[in-house]
Ligand binder design. Structure first.
Ligand code: SF4
Ligand code: SF4
Length: 382
């Protein structure tokens, strides 16, 4: 696959040194000055469109990356009203950051549109499809609401394992196996019995007040836990704790790692069993946590024969359910993106590994294969 700057190298190939120099200077000046980011993006000829899962599957101008920014810009300048019709395209974004990998300005459209989404919520433009999520987060601190059947795990130890809402609500088995894998790796892991959501679903939907309320609680609980290290199965949680919380003045005092990052640091994790697998790199691991290598090396280190998808590492693709907004407003589109990704993965192997609770659920709901989380895979191989 070509790289981000290949087009520029091609364009510059036959021109004089003076022209090259002045073009590069103009480009650099444009990056640091000129109009605001949303206007720059709105005026762009959609140079990242080929990598945006929404654009690839939806194919509409309004939901293309620059299309969303154009609507955002017009709402911002009061050319269009802030209402559901105009907020909708801005919410057709998976917060996957696939645009950022190709953007000459290093923009992620989800970041560019944050202020508009926040303004929408503040002005009371709240889609009824989000209300249940907001109520559950506000009342129970979890996306799914109250979890009635709770399994108990140790609540003291050295390493705090944060499970994330998705596994707690739907896949308790993965939690048990991940805790088992930690034990096999010699970790003294524990959980927080009062773990709540990191708040990122509220953040993505523009409800910053609710995000801040959840973030304050979780930052305090983690800092009071006495853990030496935090490991989580969810790359969005790790992204929230490491990248978003500090932006809101909330620092986590201990190292927070996604499970893949922890396994990267471990030298000796050779599994007793072998096999052939393929994998899906979660976009929040690769683009959010900037782990450009993704999962390939870790899977090889475990001793597996790894089939590498065309879109992996820094060129990964979204499962269709990232960002919490598209799957609630247009589930058909989310499932189409999932199917598109599954076609690619299942052509390589019938054993698909991921390391994100949302991706696992998305693929299992939209295909016929069992999809493994890396925690449960590890438990079975060690
Ligand atoms: S994110 Fe960057 S490449 Fe994509 S449309 Fe906006 S300015 Fe263009
Ligand atoms: S963050 Fe993802 S879904 Fe949103 S515009 Fe960028 S590539 Fe498209």
């Amino acid at each position: 696959m070509p790289g981000k700057w290949d087009w520029l190298k091609d364009e510059m190939g036959g021109v004089s040194k003076i022209t090259k120099f002045s073009t590069v200077m103009k480009f650099l000046k444009g990056r640091v000055s000129g109009p605001d980011d949303m206007t720059k993006c709105a005026m762009c000829p959609n140079m990242c469109r080929h990598a945006c899962p929404i654009s690839i599957v939806d194919g509409k101008e309004t939901t293309s990356p620059a299309g969303k920014s154009r609507v955002g810009m017009m709402v911002d300048h009061d050319v269009l009203p802030m209402d559901e019709e105009n907020l909708y395209p801005m919410l057709m974004c998976l917060s996957c950051g696939c645009c950022e990998r190709w953007c000459p300005f290093d923009f992620s459209v989800s970041d560019i549109l944050r202020a508009e989404k926040e303004k929408g919520v503040e002005e009371g433009v709240i889609f009824e499809e989000f209300q249940e999520m907001f109520d559950n987060l506000g009342n129970y601190g979890l996306v799914q609401g109250e979890i009635k059947k709770k399994k108990s795990y140790p609540n003291q130890g050295d390493v705090l394992y944060l499970r994330g809402c998705e596994f707690r609500g739907d896949d308790e088995k993965v939690i048990g196996k991940t805790m088992g894998a930690f034990e096999k790796l010699g970790l003294d892991a524990f959980v927080l019995s009062d773990e709540e959501c990191c708040g990122i679903p509220a953040y993505n939907a523009g409800n910053t007040q609710l995000f801040k309320k959840l973030a304050r609680k979780m930052a305090k609980r983690i800092n009071d836990s006495g853990a030496e290290k935090v490991i989580t199965s969810c790359p969005s949680c790790a992204y929230a704790y490491r990248k978003l919380y500090p932006e809101f003045g909330l620092d986590i005092d201990v190292e927070v790692l996604h499970i893949v990052e922890y396994l990267e640091q471990k030298k000796d994790i050779l599994g007793k069993k072998k096999g052939t697998v393929t994998f899906h790199d979660p976009c929040k691991l690769v683009n959010g946590l900037e782990n450009k290598k993704g999962m390939k090396d870790v899977l090889e280190k475990i001793g597996l024969n790894v089939k590498v998808p065309r879109r992996s590492g820094e060129k990964t693709f979204c499962c269709g359910y990232g960002g919490s907004t598209v799957c609630r407003l247009n589930e058909y589109l989310s499932s189409k993106i999932s199917e598109e990704r599954l076609d690619e993965l299942s052509s390589l192997s019938d054993k698909i590994i991921t390391s994100c609770p949302t991706c696992k659920k998305a693929f299992e709901e939209n295909g016929n294969l069992k999809v493994y989380d890396i925690g449960e895979l590890l438990y079975e191989l060690l």
